[in-house]
Write a protein that binds this ligand. Structure first.
Ligand SMILES: [Zn+2]
Length: 117
């Protein structure tokens, strides 16, 4: 939704959005709006599936099934890399798994490139 929303503190309609936060110039209040983010996560658990169609859940361990280039870095996640304790995310670009990979760091993966351990 693009419509400006009223400030929850002073009810001013002159609010604006700035880097995902809403701000009110009248009382300087800032707040974030999670547009169904929390509720989407619940339904997401049923829909994130690995390369073989197995449902993935928070805390699962997975194996990367092909070499994946890391965006903005020279490193490559090798096929066969095991990743523990994944977290499902609601990413619009298809990177629906957030995880931490040893030697590389925090990373988002696409579930179709992994398989459940
Ligand atoms: Zn305000």
């Amino acid at each position: 939704m693009d419509d400006a929303m009223n400030c929850p503190k002073c009810n001013s309609g002159h609010t604006y959005q700035d880097r995902g936060l809403w701000a009110c110039p009248e009382c300087a209040h800032e707040w974030s709006v999670e547009d169904g983010g929390a509720s989407a996560e619940t339904s997401l658990e049923a829909s994130v599936r690995d390369a073989h169609g197995n449902a993935l859940a928070d805390g699962d361990s997975i194996i990367v099934i092909k070499d994946l280039k890391v965006k903005g870095a020279s490193s490559v996640i090798k096929g066969g890399t095991k990743v523990r304790n994944i977290r499902l995310t609601d990413a619009s670009d298809g990177h629906n798994i957030a995880c931490k990979i040893e030697g590389i760091g925090a990373m988002n993966l696409k579930s179709k490139f992994v398989k459940k351990v």
